[in-house]
Each structure stands twice: as structure tokens, then as C-alpha cells.
Design a protein around this ligand. Sequence first.
Ligand code: PGA
Length: 255
Amino acid sequence: MNNIIANWKMDLNINQGVDLAKEFKGLFEKEKDNLKNTNIALCPPFTHLFSISKILSDSKVSLGAQNMFWESGGDFTGEISPQWLKELGCDFVILGHSERRTFLNENYNHVHKKINVAIEYGLQPIVCVGETRDQRDKGLKEYVVLRQLEEALSGINLNNSKLLIAYEPVWAIGTGLIIDPEEIEYMSRIILQKAIDLFSGSDIKNQIYILYGGSVNSQNIDSFMKYPTIEGALIGGASLNAKEFLSICKKANNF
Ligand code: PGA
């Protein structure tokens, strides 16, 4: 099963978000027979979730959040409980996105705590990993990603939950730069091997999915989805256009 996840980031005001969700839902309903192998989720900003959850409530398009806190309630001003996300109908939550690591000093210790609580509340974590340009230029990309995975995932009990790991080289996000698809495959194999080491008792094939993210669009999605270790994509900019996003989903569905 492939997973195509739309990350709307802090784009679109509430009305624009509602309009985009309605438009995408309409397009999806016409094409749903061609999208049976693909889980599709929209991850709007928190403030849009309530309205969009109503739009998607009778649809196979899932809802996700872009972040959450590692406790379910209490004195944590400004934070959002995983329990409320579940109550709103979210199935997914993006954790540790590079923009949060860069601008808000989020680290993999935080991400680790969030993964545990997301699983407890029945949210599928989409855990983001990836090296910066500088780390890559120094030949450190494997080291960096393996270390991120170790910190985020060691000791996590998956139970029956699914876990999505998005490999997103930081320098490829929002830049229009897509890395060599063979390199995406190479990194996906490294990530898969690490997941096998970390979750030896789990049903890796049905519980762990590796996604790619970073300037993905309908023109380049085929180039890496053809590799069996890659089972989806996390899409930013290209998910803000309903037709383009549908076209990505349809292409991914062929693999
Ligand atoms: P992009 O964003 O598709 O705009 O590069 C991807 C992401 O940040 O997840």
C-alpha cells in the first residue's frame, strides 16, 4: 500500500484550505477506483482541522496533523493533545519535520516522546529524517540519518501500529531540487535495514513504510516510486493544487 501525504505547512487561510479540501475530495471521488492501492491524507494547519474533518468525514481521504505534543493534556500552553487530534478524526501525524527542527529546535528526543504517545492514541506517525546540504557535502548523510532513526525509534513499541518514515533531504525541500532516484533508493534501503534492526519482532512489511519527500511533483514521482522499498511520498508545495496532487496520487497508485 502506498501512502501519499499532503503537508500544507503554514499555507492557505482557513477558507482557502476548506476550498482546497472540497475540490480535492470532489476529484478523488471521481477517480477513487484508480486510487485503491494508495492511502491519501491531507495535513492542514491545526486551525483548519475541525472544518476539514467534516468535509472528509464521509470520504476515504484521511486527515493528519503536522505536529502534536508528547502529553495528552495539562499545563502546556500552546500545545495540542494527540487525543484531540484523534477526536477530530486524524489518522496521521507528521513528527520531526525539518522545518520544526530548524526553526523550533525540535530534536529527536522530542520526536521519540511524540511517537510513543501518537501510537498510544492510534495516530500513525510520519517521522521525518534527512541530512542538511552541509552534512551531505561532508559525506555524512548515512551517519546522520541512522543516528536520527536511532534517537527517534529506539525502544519504541510499535504494537500493531503502522510507522511511516519520510526520508527528506533538508536541502531538497521546497527548492525544486530532486536527488538522483538511485540515491533515494539507496537511502531507503539503509532506512529499511535500520528499521529491521530496531523492530525485529514486528511485521516490517505491513507496519513500516518508507516515503520520500523534497520537491516531489507529478513529473518526478515515477522516478523513485518504481523502487519497491519506497512506498509513498510527503508532498509540500505540489499538494496545494488539487489537480496536481490528484495526478501525483494516481501515478503513485500504479506502483
Ligand atoms: P516540498 O515539501 O514538497 O514543498 O519540497 C516537502 C515537505 O516539506 O515535506
